[in-house]
Ligand binder design. Structure first.
Ligand SMILES: [Zn+2]
Length: 110
């Protein structure tokens, strides 16, 4: 992959934004068993939702390079699927996309 792959970069920027929205959903969704989160895939026009328990969301969110996505919403050029179930898949970014996700995560937590 090229050092500055615009697709990977755009995907990572988008995911940082969606992640911020999902963190707000997480704070508001205390009592729902399976609140609906936004799909965190790299497709900037995706508006699909996925059902995750707060514990599931938190465990994925604890890694800066892992994102919950709708099944099939993975981009094999810059991420690998590390978990699959009926409701969602978990992708892990690698290479430039992973480094960028890490950087954006640090910024959002600062
Ligand atoms: Zn998606």
């Amino acid at each position: 992959m090229a050092a500055n792959d615009p697709h990977a970069e755009k995907g990572a920027q988008n995911q940082a934004l969606i992640r911020a929205v999902n963190e707000r959903i997480e704070k508001l969704a205390d009592e729902a068993a399976h609140p609906e989160f936004l799909c965190e895939c790299g497709n900037t026009s995706c508006i699909d939702t996925i059902e995750l328990s707060l514990a599931e969301y938190e465990s994925i969110r604890s890694s800066p390079v892992r994102f919950p996505v709708k099944p099939g919403h993975n981009f094999s050029e810059f991420e690998r699927v590390v978990e699959e179930n009926d409701r969602y898949w978990v992708v892990e970014k690698f290479g430039v996309a992973g480094a960028l996700a890490r950087k954006l995560d640090e910024r959002s937590r600062a």
